[in-house]
Design a protein around this ligand. Structure first.
Ligand code: NAP
Length: 313
């Protein structure tokens, strides 16, 4: 009864297409759908631009030269606003994707459309959420470009062995007194050039160590690391710990409804999901390469397929 009354008070809006997520993929999908003359809503509950907005420097997106991520994100936000898409600054809380008319619920709205484009992206992976949560905002961070300035002339560590970890370590080497890059093995997911370049910036590499504890009164003071070969524990005094251990997809809302792979990414062929009229684009779907350029490409493909789908109805 309560749910029924609550739903009656929520505003109902109808669209041709609803896009969930305002990163490069979702924004591109919105621009393409508007150009195809469709009535589109795009939902973004946090920050337009997604991960781009917190990237220090983008150097591999053609036409914009070297640009800081927040500027590129602002440009993209301006583009989606100019497209005329309806912007809803709320997160989706519930999805009903089966059937001809799909429904997306947010805090204040019930949105309906014939097509839904999922572009919710990914979020940083936590290594040990119980340990980390005590120090989030008090020494533990998942975004070097957002929080790096807080560690001017301080000792910091980065955890991870992929592109993000190396980018973060390089960025922090320009701010912090010392940067130690801790990785659980000695196999890095970046080229030898990147490893050398990072070492040359003064970053100390610490392979074969895992995090076992975080220590501090009101703020992080040191981390405890275990050597994976000797099994011995050692302490490293740092006031900042930047975790760059990969990303997990934001697919909780579609679990059990859409086909997901073992890591939770939406299985999709050419951005199509297992439900007619539901498309997935950007980092949230299974793909070989997660980059801005592949996200915008996905957005264009999704929008075009969604347009064909709508035109057939
Ligand atoms: P990633 O490539 O998946 O690397 C994650 C790293 O974290 C790996 O080294 C992994 O170790 C480590 N890791 C994962 N779980 C861990 C745990 N529980 N404890 C300790 N370490 C853990 O993630 P990413 O660096 O975020 O990059 C994601 C994708 O975006 C990649 O395809 C990457 O190339 C791309 N990317 C591109 C750019 C660019 O080109 N400008 C920038 C950033 C990211 P193992 O190696 O042992 O698994």
């Amino acid at each position: 009864m309560f749910i029924l009354l609550y739903n009656l008070y929520m505003e109902r809006l109808n669209f041709d297409a609803i896009i969930i997520g305002g990163g490069p993929a979702g924004i591109t999908a919105g621009i393409y759908l508007k150009r195809a003359g469709k009535n589109v809503a795009i939902l973004e509950g946090e920050m337009f631009g997604g991960q781009v907005a917190t990237t220090s420097l983008v150097e591999n997106y053609p036409g914009v030269g070297k640009i800081d991520g927040s500027s590129l994100a602002l440009n993209m936000m301006a583009d989606i606003k100019q497209s005329g898409a309806t912007i809803i600054y709320e997160n989706a809380t519930k999805l009903h994707l089966e059937g001809e008319i799909k429904q997306v619920e947010t805090k204040n709205y019930i949105l309906e459309a014939k097509t839904v484009i999922l572009a919710m992206g990914v979020r940083p992976r936590q290594i040990n959420s119980e340990l980390e949560k005590k120090f989030i905002g008090k020494g533990v961070s998942y975004c070097a470009t957002c929080d790096g300035a807080l560690y001017k002339n301080k000792d910091v560590a980065v955890i991870g062995g992929g592109n993000s970890a190396f980018i973060d370590a390089k960025y922090l080497s320009g701010v912090a007194k010392s940067v130690t890059l801790v990785h659980r093995s000695e196999k890095y997911r970046v080229s030898e050039n990147v490893v050398e370049e990072t070492k040359n910036l003064g970053v100390k590499l610490l392979p074969n160590y895992v995090l076992t504890n975080l220590v501090g009164e009101n703020h992080l003071e040191k981390v405890v690391l275990k050597n994976t070969i000797s099994g011995k524990e050692e302490e490293l005094e740092v006031s900042g710990l930047f975790i760059a251990a990969g990303r997990v997809p934001n697919t909780e809302l579609v679990a059990g409804v859409l086909n997901l792979d073992d890591n939770g990414f939406i299985i999709s062929q050419d951005c199509k999901t297992n439900i007619d009229g539901v498309f997935a684009c950007g980092d949230i779907r299974t793909k070989e390469l997660r980059q801005i350029v592949t996200a915008t490409s996905d957005g264009a493909i999704c929008a075009t397929l969604a347009t064909f789908y709508l035109n057939r109805r």
